[in-house]
Design a protein. Sequence first.
Length: 144
Amino acid sequence: MLVVAMTSAGIAAWLLWPMQPRIVVDPGDVQQVETGAAAYRTHCASCHGADLEGQPEWRTRRPDGRLPAPPHDETGHTWHHPDEHLFALVKHGLQPPLAPEGYESDMPAFDGILSDEEILAVLAYIKSRWPPEIRRRQSEISAR
């Protein structure tokens, strides 16, 4: 009976545990990049720029204490982060554990706005715009 109860509990926990998407960001996948480009234009470009250039003086806090939107091209720091981190940031916004408790940011959470596949596609689009060397270095960061 104990074995049956433990097995049942294990199966129930497995079924109820939130499924994490498989992180597959492929800047060489034309379809994923095209989907990402469209989603980026609609949801990201207004802050991060049509050419991924970010907002002016993105490293300088505004009077409200928040930072402007950073660039997503090779001049920014997006490529310094692994894919899992970038996915979580877009999905859940800039909140713990990705930011300190109480940190205020204009970066919204896109959970419920973009599907997991669309978030991955946006990341593929961003990565497709990086030079090969930056793409290689970020891939190494993601592999760690």
